[in-house]
Design a protein around this ligand. Structure first.
Ligand SMILES: Nc1ncnc2c1ncn2[C@@H]1O[C@H](COP(=O)(O)OP(=O)(O)OP(=O)(O)O)[C@@H](O)[C@H]1O
Length: 442
């Protein structure tokens, strides 16, 4: 027997139906692959060169819609055809949205099947041509280097405009990568202090024994290695802004001294006896829950109220989809320019994947992904360029049917990996305290 060049994968949990369709396909000289479950079908899609997928919708455990969604993102070039006994309008719409090009209601004749297969294979060629439906956005909105388009973004800009020229200390709270440092920069560089220094201090990045001298300076001979008088970061920022990032990581000994700087507007260098006046605007940021730290006694309550005259809470990227779209566009433009690629485009399906992903690393993670996508594509970003972990995944039956406790533990471990094992951050994201987190991963 001579086969036509197309390989067709048929998926149905009913073996009689599978055999029947196989016989019909054979009579049209197609090569057939059979699968009686979604997981089996995925294995075949991964290993064989499939030209058309025909799937039933109603299957136990994982249904055909899930398979369509998966195949649409991992194997976008394969046309998909749905067969089902009960095809409600809802099912048809859902199947079409999930990538099916056509559908057949059981029972069908051999001729109907053949005709629909030929149609689907033809539509596939047209669909490929259609897929360059490029991102077309409104004009992006920008302020002080920040870009966004959501109502939350506009509220943020409103707050920045109100506080930038006041003396109020501002605390910026939010998950990692949500733009806290960028907000601090925007406050400084759009204010009347813009031509004065802007000094960033990562309170978690300086060893505890050095932090005091780094912040406030020291007097020659005050400790081993202090070979000359030195000013600290507060004095370097004189007349401008000091941005204390990760303020929650400042040791209690330093917190006392920060309180004094804010209250008295003076610093005392290590080894000095006479305080020196300073005039510095203080902005702080944290991704820890300072209120909780106050309750536990690891952050001073008086300092908390002093640094927190105005609070800006950044919103995770997953909760502001309008910004997500604007930022995708922004970063594509940015990296197209950087790599001298003119007008890199992105197909709608790829945008859909990026829009659905939860972005635990927020804008930083988005920027890294887009950076990579621009490098890896020629002039159009397609589904083939999108990293596998962002695409649609079907949980296998073994992962689906497990006790809730195990799911919970898995989720905690995933978040921990995403935040480099930082338990404080993980607990904050999961909205549980650190102790509970520790108990749950035992
Ligand atoms: N609104 C925005 N528009 C454009 N780029 C942004 C915006 N917000 C953040 N970014 C980009 O996202 C990245 C992370 O921002 P930033 O370092 O300010 O976050 P963060 O909240 O301070 O992170 P961390 O808590 O880890 O220090 C940076 O590369 C920044 O350029």
């Amino acid at each position: 027997m001579t086969f036509k060049k197309e390989n067709i994968l048929v998926v149905d949990d009913n073996n009689d139906m599978l055999d029947l369709i196989q016989r019909q396909l054979k009579s049209f000289n197609y090569r057939t692959y059979k699968a009686s479950s979604v997981n089996e079908a995925i294995e075949i899609l991964k290993s064989a060169d499939i030209d058309l997928l025909i799937s039933d919708l109603n299957m136990p455990n994982i249904n055909g819609i899930e398979l369509l969604k998966y195949a649409e993102e991992h194997f976008p070039a394969i046309p998909k055809l749905v067969i089902s006994g009960i095809l409600s309008v809802y099912n048809v719409v859902n199947a079409m949205k999930s990538g099916a090009l056509d559908y057949l209601t059981k029972p069908f004749t051999s001729d109907e099947l053949h005709k629909t297969i030929l149609d689907s294979l033809k539509k596939r060629t047209l669909a490929c041509k259609d897929s360059t439906n490029f991102l077309n956005l409104d004009n992006e909105k920008s302020y002080g280097g920040l870009t966004g388009n959501s109502s939350q973004f506009r509220d943020l800009i409103e707050t920045i405009k109100r506080v930038k020229d006041t003396k109020a200390n501002v605390l910026i709270e939010g998950e990692s990568g949500t733009g806290k440092e960028m907000i601090a920069r925007a406050i400084h560089f759009t204010s009347k202090l813009a031509d004065q220094p802007f000094i960033v201090v990562n309170c978690g990045g300086i060893p505890e024994n050095l932090i005091e001298s780094e912040l406030f300076g020291h007097i020659k001979g005050s400790f081993t290695g202090a070979s000359e008088n030195r000013i600290g970061l507060f004095q370097s920022a004189s007349g401008g802004t000091i941005f204390l990032d990760e303020i929650g990581d400042a040791p209690l000994s330093v917190q006392v001294k920060l309180l004094r700087v804010i209250q008295e507007k003076e610093i005392l260098r290590v080894g000095a006896t006479k305080p020196e006046k300073i005039d510095v605007r203080i902005l702080c940021a944290t991704n820890s829950n300072l209120e909780e730290m106050v309750l536990k006694g690891t952050f001073r309550e008086d300092l908390y109220y002093r640094i927190n005259v105005i609070t800006i809470r950044t919103i995770p990227l997953r909760d502001r989809k309008e910004d997500l779209l604007t930022l995708i566009n922004l970063f594509i433009e940015k990296y197209s320019l950087e790599y001298n690629k003119s007008n890199v485009q992105i197909i709608e399906k790829a945008i859909e994947v990026l829009m659905r992903y939860s972005w635990p690393g927020n804008i930083r993670e988005l920027e890294n992904v887009i950076h990579r996508l621009v490098i890896m594509s020629d002039d159009t970003i397609t589904l083939d360029h999108i990293p596998e972990n962002l695409k649609y995944h079907i949980p296998s039956s073994d992962t689906l049917f497990k006790p809730l406790k195990e799911h919970e533990k898995e989720q905690i471990l995933k978040v921990l990996t995403a935040v480099n094992n930082n338990k404080t951050k993980a607990a904050q994201i999961l909205q549980i305290d650190r102790k509970t987190l520790n108990q749950k991963i035992l």
